[in-house]
Design a protein around this ligand. Structure first.
Ligand SMILES: C[S@@+](CC[C@H](N)C(=O)[O-])C[C@H]1O[C@@H](n2cnc3c(N)ncnc32)[C@H](O)[C@@H]1O
Length: 200
């Protein structure tokens, strides 16, 4: 997410449902931190590879969840966790007609109780950015995919954040249980995409 993610979309009517519906809700609530369209398209593509279950930390007003839901195959379950009660309730209402989508009002750690996930998107807790660090070996199925959003593309190693080695990005890129890549999505936006290694 960028702080201006919600505004990066222009007209909500130009986006397919349920993305447009979630965007309208985010705007009505003055919520700026939705995922950007570049990230949304990545989530939509990756959701298509999930077979059983997709998880997300940090629902916000459901824009990223809408992209995931629009890309997931029929029968795939989506679980998204949001700690803010108003946001969780509004997002749950948006997906009331989708029994495959559950929005839980809880800390991100609640995701442990509902896994494992074929695709896990960390966008509100668990990203190793100060709000806890998710354990991919407990949360991901073998071969499962992890997405951690909201980095800035860099051309040097190690990646820097505010002039210092970017500990969160290094955590994911060097995680022994993962194969990971820092994927540029726009000039000012990249996501870490990782796959949980199969046990040897
Ligand atoms: C960047 S926004 C999420 C945007 C959303 N994923 C989207 O794509 O539109 C982050 C959200 O995470 C929530 N959040 C932050 N820390 C959390 C935690 N520890 N557990 C659950 N949710 C959390 C915030 O309340 C906020 O709504």
């Amino acid at each position: 997410m960028g702080m201006d993610g919600t505004n990066a979309y222009g007209r909500a009517d130009d986006w397919p449902e349920p993305v447009g519906r979630a965007l309208r809700a985010a705007r009505e609530h003055g919520f700026a931190q939705s995922c950007r369209p570049e990230q949304g398209r990545l989530l939509q593509v990756l959701a298509g590879g999930a077979r059983v279950r997709i998880g997300e930390s940090g629902t916000g007003h459901g824009v990223g969840l809408a992209w995931l839901a629009s890309g997931a195959a029929p029968g795939v379950e989506l679980v998204s966790v949001e700690r803010d009660p108003d946001r969780a309730s509004a997002a749950a209402g948006l997906f009331a007609d989708r029994p495959d989508v559950r929005v839980l009002c809880a800390d991100w750690t609640e995701l442990y109780a509902h896994g494992p996930y074929d695709l896990l998107v960390l966008d509100g807790g668990g990203q190793a950015k100060g709000g806890g660090t998710a354990d991919p070996e407990r949360l991901l199925a073998p071969g499962g995919v992890l997405v951690v959003d909201d980095f800035t593309p860099v051309g040097s190693w190690p990646p820097l954040f505010e002039g210092r080695p970017d500990g969160a990005r290094l955590h994911w890129l060097q995680h022994p249980a993962l194969r990971a890549v820092d994927l540029p999505l726009a000039a000012d936006l990249s996501s870490v995409v990782a796959v949980r290694k199969h046990p040897e």
